[in-house]
Structures are given as C-alpha cells and as structure tokens.
Design a protein. Structure first.
Length: 142
C-alpha cells in the first residue's frame, strides 16, 4: 500500500516480554518494530538527503487471535479493494503469491506455520482471499 502496511505476526512469550520500563513498558515485539521503522527511516533519509518522519509515531497493533484468518485474507485484499490492482494476486508487494506457490522454499513467510495455525488450504487460498468479508466482522478487528 502506498501509505501503510500490514504484518500478521504470531507473538510468543519472548516477544511479549517487557524490554523497556521507562517511561512506559515496551515489549520485545513493539521494540523490534520500532527499530525496523527507525532503521528504514534513517536509510531513506540518507538516500534522499532529507530529514523528518516517514511514519506516524503511534503504530497500531491489534490482537487478532479469534480473527487471524480473516486478517490474513483482509491483508491480501487490501490493494485490490483500494483499486490499486485488478487482481489480488497481481499486487507485487503482497505475500499471497508466496503462499500460493507450491514449492516449500523459504521466503519471508512461515508458510507451514500459517497453513497450520490459520487452517489454510493450498488449493483454495486464492479463492478464499477473494471471498467477501462481512463488514461487521472487519469492524471487530480493524
């Protein structure tokens, strides 16, 4: 997306552990995302000879335990629903093509984990991502 991105991340005890206490408690996952955004910003600032923020200061997070499968498909529908592509599978910044690929080569996604945790099916993942998501269900997570 031109102005935002989504990650669907499985948290565990290590990522939920508090790593900073002052002035507010920050867990390892939040700190990791902060470092990622900060490093990316510094690289772009250097490349473009610029200063200032690239991202809003408050990154939003949501626990989607009960809606993880819906969130997975919502993420893949995002560019299509915004009119940025004619087909979900054509958005080059999406992970959907990696999930659709039959090879098990490791990319950025933990495909086997996602298929197991989200009860995804290799044969129907594209059809499932095209399926409509009820607005009231989306309002519960986004």
């Amino acid at each position: 997306m031109p102005n935002h991105f989504h990650f669907l991340i499985q948290a565990n005890a290590a990522t939920c552990k508090t790593v900073k206490h002052s002035p507010i408690e920050i867990n390892a996952l939040t700190e990791g995302i902060r470092l990622l955004l900060s490093s990316y910003t510094k690289a772009i600032q250097k490349q473009e000879s610029m200063t200032g923020n690239l991202f809003q200061q408050k990154t939003k997070t949501k626990c989607v335990d009960n809606y993880a499968r819906i969130a997975f498909h919502y993420i893949h529908q995002n560019a299509f629903n915004a009119g940025l592509t004619n087909k979900i599978e054509d958005w080059k910044f999406s992970s959907l093509r990696e999930y659709m690929a039959s090879d098990t080569a490791s990319g950025l996604c933990f495909k086997n984990l996602a298929f197991d945790l989200l009860d995804l099916d290799q044969e129907t993942i594209l059809k499932d991502s095209y399926a409509a998501i009820q607005a009231e269900r989306l309002n519960k997570i986004f």
